[in-house]
Design a protein around this ligand. Structure first.
Ligand SMILES: Cc1cc2nc3c(=O)[nH]c(=O)nc-3n(C[C@H](O)[C@H](O)[C@H](O)COP(=O)(O)OP(=O)(O)OC[C@H]3O[C@@H](n4cnc5c(N)ncnc54)[C@H](O)[C@@H]3O)c2cc1C
Length: 365
């Protein structure tokens, strides 16, 4: 029986980053992905500049839509905008971005099984045995990176602190004049969605438009998206576009992420920022940290709990403050809009948070 050093379940940003980190370190890694790549991932595709600080390879091929400005609006009316010379980040198509990350892991030496769905796991004889829709596999460790509603998390009983939200998005083709006008900015609209916001993220050839709520159930979300498109004058272009929905993976606190030789990363761990909905950066960061922790664990240098400590150190305070700030913005949305979005200095600070130059602790200070 072949025994892998580590089995990674899920080939999104978290799983690909974990597999890449471990394969680079010379570990024998298997990554299981239930879809055949490239696959569409329901997402706004906004990635902050700080991602470039973690990824040590060129991903510019995916970054065809750089963003330097930000526009906040209240019910698509009153707006406050700010644009700077600094790059905030990029808007990517997830099918392209995710495939590139996965290919990096593959080229570093990870074995990737696509179209192979994780079903169950069992710890026996110091190993983790995994059942899938294809073959069965065994490993010394396992990293759950299978996204929001993680089957691995459920099997491990590690979903206690999860509090999911929900978002809808659609990608619409618009005339060049509209693209030209919108390109380079990230648009956030407040006031239309209880406990959430709407966004327009321009891509090179289309607009990604969506609505998100921090609430786990909100029946009117589809109507909110339609209203937002109408208010923005984009409804007439959305007729043929699919509307896709997905869970936002929030967690009350970043604990309970490790069990025995297994741990959770990215959305499986619920690391999405509850205020902004940003989940790609924490997915990549946690994948990288989990990969490093597994390596140390297999070498006998540390317990796997070191991963939990690393997540608390890097994301713990941000998760706590994002939870707090999202509650406040849910209770007093208009006040937050006036006090934060209406103040030039504060918008600049919000932009610095998006770029990754400032964290919430410094922002609130
Ligand atoms: C509508 C919407 C808009 C969003 N917009 C943004 C945004 O603009 N910016 C941002 O930073 N974040 C955004 N997010 C959040 C972001 O998409 C996630 O946080 C991010 O994808 C997390 O990456 P991940 O690798 O943890 O999970 P995923 O990207 O979900 O990857 C998990 C992978 O695991 C696979 N998988 C699932 N189950 C199994 C199984 N049983 N066996 C094998 N494989 C399995 C899936 O097919 C998938 O490829 C958005 C989310 C939603 C829903």
């Amino acid at each position: 029986m072949h025994i892998f050093d580590s089995i990674v379940v899920g080939g999104g940003p978290a799983g690909a980053s974990a597999a890449y980190a471990m394969a680079r370190a010379g570990l024998d890694v298997l990554l299981l992905e239930k879809e055949k790549m490239p696959r569409y991932k329901c997402c706004g595709g906004g990635i902050p500049r700080k991602v470039a600080k973690i990824l040590d390879f060129d991903f510019s091929i995916c970054c065809d839509a750089p963003a330097r400005g930000i526009v906040f609006s209240w019910l698509s009316g009153e707006t406050h905008s700010r644009s700077g010379d600094e790059l905030l980040g990029w808007v990517v198509k997830r099918e392209v971005f995710d495939q590139l990350l996965l290919e990096q892991a593959r080229s570093a030496g990870a074995k990737v099984e696509e179209g192979c769905k994780f079903i169950n796991l069992e710890e026996r004889g110091g190993l983790v045995h995994v059942t899938t829709t294809g073959d069965n596999f065994s490993g010394r460790t396992l990293i759950g990176a299978d996204g929001a509603g993680s089957a691995v998390g459920r099997r491990l009983g590690l979903t206690r602190h999860s509090r999911p939200g929900f978002a809808l998005e659609t990608r619409i083709e618009v005339p060049d004049s509209i693209l030209e006008e919108r390109r380079g900015n990230l648009y956030f609209d407040l006031g239309g969605i209880p406990g959430g916001y709407g966004w327009i993220f321009p891509l090179e050839d289309s607009l990604n438009v969506g609505v998100a709520t921090r609430r786990s159930a909100f029946r009117g979300l589809r109507g909110s998206l339609r209203d937002y498109l109408l208010r923005e004058g984009l409804e007439k272009y959305s007729g043929n576009s699919d509307i896709r929905g997905g869970r936002l993976a929030f967690r009350l606190r970043p604990s309970g992420l490790v069990k025995g030789p297994c741990c959770l990363t990215g959305d499986a761990a619920g690391l999405t920022d509850r205020l902004t909905g940003e989940g790609i950066y924490p997915a990549i960061l946690s994948g990288e940290l989990a990969g490093g922790a597994v390596k140390d664990f297999l070498q006998g240098d540390a317990r796997l709990n070191a991963y939990q400590t690393a997540i608390k150190k890097s994301l713990g305070m941000n998760i706590f403050l994002a939870n707090l700030a999202s509650r406040l913005s849910g209770l007093f949305p208009r006040m937050i809009f006036d006090r934060v979005c209406g103040n030039e200095r504060r918008v600049e600070k919000a932009m610095a948070v998006i770029e990754g130059e400032l964290d919430y602790r410094e922002l609130f200070r």
